[in-house]
Design a protein. Structure first.
Length: 245
């Protein structure tokens, strides 16, 4: 079958029109996509929750300086036994008492001018004992009686009791969701008067958690993890970007 000249011309016209339409549709799609990309709103949502600590930890450091290492180790072991006896007498289960390994260092003899010789004058031996308990009140009360150990000729230092929340990870997951929801509510509020609508979330970044005493307003760029208070407030933030319809 022979193709006539007018059919070739018609075919060319149709191909040209198809190309023009395709180019128009593609161009319009690109414009709409770029428009959509430019019509976004970025907000920061937050959520907070008050929590109560359910675990406590108390650290004691005992130390002894003696002419020989043997005497030092003997003294530290004796003091360790005294500390354990004191704690168990107050109702602490021995399995909740953690004793670290013994460490030591040499003390060289000091000259009248302030310098030191190579002669070892004594040895300082020390150990850390950590007590953990779910009974926060009990451990807090025991920590205030550290003078009983001092009166037993134990050279010791006592740290403040630290308080922890055991299910903190679960709380954090929940609060990230609440902060994301709050971010969307804020975005809706911001465009309420523009007749616009919030679309999909295109980007989200979780901020650091602030775990502070319940009445604190302190904020830190690196986050805060307070262990000094029983009652705490956990604050989560989420920075989110939404499309605007």
């Amino acid at each position: 079958m022979q193709i006539k000249d007018y059919q070739i011309v018609l075919l060319g016209v149709l191909i040209a029109l198809g190309s023009i339409c395709s180019t128009y549709i593609l161009s319009k799609s690109i414009v709409e996509f770029q428009k959509l990309q430019n019509q976004t709103i970025r907000v920061t949502g937050s959520a907070s929750q008050n929590v109560t600590s359910d675990k406590a930890s108390w650290t004691i450091r005992i130390k002894s300086t003696n002419p020989t290492l043997k005497e030092g180790y003997s003294k530290i072991n004796a003091d360790t036994s005294k500390v354990k006896a004191f704690l168990t007498s107050k109702g602490i289960d021995e399995k909740n008492i953690e004793t670290a390994s013994i460490n030591s260092y040499e003390n060289n003899r000091r000259l009248p001018n302030g310098g030191y010789t190579n002669e070892v004058e004594s040895y300082t031996v020390y150990r850390t004992i950590t007590v953990k308990s779910d009974d926060i009140k009990k451990l807090t009360d025991i920590s205030t009686q550290a003078d009983i150990l001092v009166n037993q000729d134990i050279n010791m230092t006592s740290e403040n009791v630290q308080y922890f929340v055991s299910n903190l990870d679960d709380i954090k997951v929940k609060m990230v969701g609440e902060a994301s929801k709050n971010a969307k509510e804020r975005a809706n509020s911001m465009i309420k008067g523009t007749n616009g609508k919030i679309g999909v979330m295109t980007n989200a970044k979780m901020g650091v958690f602030q775990i502070v005493p319940i009445d604190s307003t302190e904020v830190n760029d690196y986050g805060i993890n307070d262990t000094s208070s029983i009652e705490k407030r956990v604050v989560a933030t989420v920075s989110a970007t939404f499309t605007v319809k």
